[in-house]
Design a protein. Structure first.
Length: 479
């Protein structure tokens, strides 16, 4: 009897393990499948690091769903990959990869639909199961809000569903448009669906309308001198503000300039653009001519240069005017804000009005500060620990990071000092760094809270002014 019972238990255990292996195989095939891999930047980069396009099982073990399913067991992951017809395992059994190369072209857009009207508690599995009545679902993208701890929370009320074939996607959209359907009982409204390409067009049109509205609302009330602003753009290491000033001022006197990083293009390369406003139109034209003769270079980067005109020029000046309005509001209400702030901020109590031990202050060397911008420093800090806010003075190289908790603050301090954990090589050697405490910490929190209060009041005043202006235009019959 005991022998039979043992055999039965062994059979059940084997059955359970077989189920886990099968589920693990399906999950691995999803991770390495076309639909996910075309969007999964982390896994794609891990594949590109290996000459054979294989990913270490040690890396795969860190994936949350795989970790929960297999309990981090390498043997289970290896056995699951071996049973797959889409995956391969290295000879040493420590790495896994695809059998077929990744398609060069992304053909998922025509097969993807946009769906809204889902419940805050909806899951990938629930959506996939519902949509599968129109065809095989390859991928579900479900954007979520983040909770106070930075973890995924409720859904944003919409999702993207990728089908295996274009016909299935069109059939799903048509069916949802024709019939009133709900994903589940928790949904308050009926589903709405669009093909992704149609959704992208409507989103682009909406943004254009918003931009036009912004342009009309902030259109300068007085004429500006045309032809003063020159816009440049390029790919490479983003030039510093001082480098932009030095380069363009060599051609003609300038009044204002700016430079902005748009997106990452690769290691050490960025896409950037900026504006330079000259004293007169003649200076802008002179600079444009000379820049073309020099093959339009800004330092070591080749750039494109144009003089703004039309809507682009109007939008530039509208933003300038709006910035001046906000500054005037700050100046006009500075006394009132300072008085109110002195009542609420001077009486700050540690542990009650703010949490102690979260602020890490550090100083970059001048050569590092000249090379890195705010985004690069924030990425470097965020790569070590969770950062809630970063204040950085580019001219002085001073930075203050407000971390999510005390443990993250200690972790960042340790990395900055190079005394343990993950070091931040991109920031170079940092000798002056500390966690603020006492009066110094209180002063920094005063500045943080006062800044929040100032921004809130200025925003409120600007909205009141806009509403007043709109009412005036309506009363005058202009709207």
């Amino acid at each position: 009897v005991k022998l039979a019972a043992c055999k039965g238990m062994a059979k059940d255990c084997q059955q359970d393990r077989d189920d886990v292996v099968e589920k693990t195989k399906s999950l691995l095939e999803f991770y390495f499948g076309d639909s996910n891999l075309l969007k999964d930047r982390f896994l794609k980069e891990a594949i590109e690091k290996d000459d054979l396009g294989l990913v270490p099982i040690e890396v795969l073990k860190t994936f949350n769903k795989l970790k929960v399913l297999t309990d981090g067991n390498e043997e289970t992951i290896r056995d699951a990959a071996k049973t797959s017809k889409e995956l391969r395992v290295s000879e040493d059994g420590k790495r896994i990869g695809r059998l077929k190369p990744l398609p060069r072209l992304d053909d998922t857009r025509p097969r993807t639909i946009y769906v809204e009207g889902i419940a805050p508690s909806s899951t990938h599995e629930e959506i996939s199961s519902f949509m599968s009545k129109w065809g095989k679902v390859c991928y579900v993208s479900l954007p979520r809000f983040k909770d106070q701890d930075g973890n995924p929370g409720k859904t944003k009320g919409f999702c993207f569903v990728e089908f295996e074939h274009v016909e299935e996607a069109k059939k799903a959209v048509g069916s949802i448009k024709e019939e009133q359907q709900k994903l589940s009982k928790d949904c308050e409204s009926f589903l709405k669906a669009l093909e992704k390409e149609e959704w992208e067009r409507s989103k682009l049109e909406y943004r254009k309308q918003q931009q036009q509205q912004h342009l009309e609302e902030t259109r300068p009330h007085r004429l500006f001198d045309p032809g003063l602003v020159l816009r440049f753009s390029g790919i490479g290491v983003t030039p510093t503000s001082s480098k932009v000033k030095e380069t363009f001022e060599a051609f003609a006197p300038i009044k204002a300039w700016d430079v902005t990083t748009i997106s990452e293009k690769g290691a050490g390369e960025q896409k950037f653009f900026g504006n330079v406003r000259f004293d007169d139109a003649k200076g802008a034209r002179l600079c444009l001519t000379h820049m073309k003769d020099r093959k339009q270079r800004l330092g070591s980067c080749q750039i494109e240069v144009v003089v703004l005109h039309g809507k682009e020029e109007e939008l530039y000046w509208a933003n300038i005017m709006q910035g001046k309005r906000i500054r005037r509001m700050f100046e006009s209400s500075s006394n009132e804000i300072d008085q109110e702030a002195s009542i609420s901020i001077e009486s700050l109590v540690p542990g009650k009005d703010y949490e102690t031990g979260l602020l890490v202050k550090f100083q970059l060397k001048p050569e590092i500060a000249a090379r890195l911008d705010f985004r690069a420093i924030r990425r470097a800090v965020a790569g070590v620990a969770s950062v809630a806010f970063l204040e950085y003075e580019g001219d002085t190289g001073k930075a203050c990071a407000r971390m999510s908790d005390k443990a993250d603050a200690e972790k960042l301090l340790s990395s900055l000092r190079g005394s343990g954990g993950q070091s931040i090589e991109v920031l170079g050697e940092i000798t002056d760094c500390k966690i603020l405490e006492g009066e110094e910490e209180k002063q920094e929190w005063r500045k943080i809270l006062k800044g929040k209060e100032d921004r809130t009041k200025a925003s409120k005043k600007m909205k009141e002014e806009e509403h007043s202006s709109k009412r005036k235009r309506v009363s005058e019959g202009k709207e």
